[in-house]
Ligand binder design. Structure first.
Ligand code: ACO
Length: 426
């Protein structure tokens, strides 16, 4: 199919081919629009623009569906471990059996250590610096230790680059937290699974536990490991969101891949993106009581008030975010199995959702809870501090950024990302 563009002033006609997507609406190929017609398109926020072709994840925004490499997210969360999903995103294949799964996980565990010099560098940050700032810097510094990854000529080079950072990101992230609370820096314990090790590195002798005389063995239950595993799977990839687009754009300049991922971390930090998980919890606390919910919903609708409901709305989903649906069920399931949620915040969150989903403002704009609305409630029940919520998102998403970056740089047709501007100055 082709689309004809007619300039009504000159009557000139320009024909553009459409590109068939394997799923979802087709696209007009406007890559030669300027060359052929002398005009260009204006699309701030890129709501109608695709910057790439991709095979990694697919979102059906109307139906509220999400797929990684063709697998529905519900199936991946129910049947596979997060590390299996990492293998899928990086190699196109789920492990065929438990041995393959363990082999891949062991590789990640063995690559999880970071150089002592880098560990020490974290102590140079002010202790109250936000962990996302430290994490973004830490990943950028990681490029100085693995400068060879600047060239990714062979599949082996590319896989090593990706696996190395997926393995090390929990270590880097948890150091940011330990540095904040003044806890001694520890090394990963590779006798533990990838996920258990994250909880271990967070919990091993932090001050809070010492205060309560809880030293000795770090307590981590299999249920907690399972919950965190599922949360990371839900965050592993999500089409061309702001941070992924940042990673692709930065990588398009030919820079070191860890510099591109560091930029992605910065983009994720924003409260309209991954930073929303931290803000949701703060907002629920600010609301403080179910009796105040109506008043906050009224603020959302007040044109003179910039107040937004954190954890609601999405550029692509115009129905319930499937990740939020899974998290809501997971929260109830964990509660039934004995993991304590904060009952007051839980009650407020349920009330906010109930009131919002019945309100015309939200109905007309198709605003539903997104992934960040319920993730915080669970992370908090796993004793993860609120300021560490977005770094947990980073841990889950790093594999997606790597897969997207590799897809981008492997494509010989890719040019430097360089949009135009509609100049309205003097
Ligand atoms: N609360 C109140 N109103 C909202 C919200 C919200 N959370 N989200 C969107 N709206 C309103 C907008 O004000 C706008 O109203 P208008 O038509 O009267 O101007 C309308 O809904 C459309 O919203 P846009 O801002 O145009 O939607 P956009 O696609 O640009 O933004 C975004 C999407 C950033 C996620 C937005 O919904 C938002 O700010 N949500 C809150 C922050 C959040 O939860 N972010 C996490 C997203 S998921 C993720 O990144 C991991």
């Amino acid at each position: 199919m082709s689309i004809t563009l007619i300039n009504n002033e000159t009557n000139e006609k320009f024909e553009f081919e459409t590109i068939n997507c394997t799923r979802g609406p087709n696209a007009i190929d406007f890559s030669k629009l300027f060359e052929t017609s002398g005009i260009f398109s204006y699309d701030p926020g890129y709501a109608s623009t695709a910057g790439c072709k991709s095979t990694i994840s697919y979102i059906d925004g109307k139906k509220g569906e999400l797929y990684y490499k063709g697998y529905p997210i519900e199936e991946l969360v129910a049947k596979y471990k997060y590390v299996d999903v990492c293998k899928l995103l990086l190699t196109d294949q789920l492990p065929q059996n438990d041995t393959e799964s363990l082999e891949f996980e062991l590789e990640l565990r063995h690559r999880s250590f970071i150089h002592r010099t880098l560990m020490n560098m974290f102590s140079a940050f002010p202790t109250n610096a936000h962990p996302m700032a430290k994490l973004s810097s830490g990943v950028s510094i990681l490029s100085t230790f693995y400068f060879d990854h600047a060239k990714m000529d062979s599949e082996e080079d590319r896989q090593t680059m990706a696996r190395r950072i997926v393995a090390k990101i929990p270590t880097l992230a948890t150091i940011c937290y330990r540095n904040e609370i003044g806890a001694p820096i520890i090394h990963p314990d590779i006798s533990r699974s990838y996920i258990e090790n994250i909880l271990f590195m967070l919990r091993a002798y932090p001050h809070e536990r010492l205060k309560h005389g809880l030293h000795g063995e770090v307590e981590i239950t299999p249920l907690e490991v399972e919950a965190l595993d599922k949360i990371l799977t839900l965050h592993a990839d999500h089409g061309q969101n702001a941070s992924t687009t940042t990673v692709r754009n930065v990588a398009s300049t030919g820079v070191h891949p860890y510099a591109a991922i560091s930029a992605g971390i910065s983009a994720l930090w924003g409260h309209l993106h991954g930073g929303a998980n931290e803000k949701v919890l703060n907002q629920l606390e600010e609301i403080g009581d179910v009796k105040n919910v109506d008043q906050y919903i009224a603020r959302v609708k007040d044109k003179n008030d910039s107040f937004k409901l954190m954890g609601f709305g999405h550029r692509v989903y115009k129905s319930y975010d499937p990740r939020a649906k899974i998290l809501k069920r997971l929260k109830d399931d964990l509660q039934a199995k004995g993991i304590k949620m904060n009952p007051k915040l839980d009650e407020i969150a349920a009330k906010v959702e109930e009131v919002a989903l019945k309100d015309d403002y939200f109905i007309e704009r198709n605003l539903y809870p997104n992934v960040d609305f319920y993730s915080g409630t669970i992370l908090r029940a796993l004793q993860i501090p609120v300021r560490f919520f977005t770094p947990v998102f980073v841990i889950g998403r790093t594999v997606g950024w790597c897969a997207q970056l590799l897809e981008h740089v492997k494509n010989a047709q890719v040019r430097i990302a360089r949009p135009r501007q509609v100049y309205i100055g003097k």
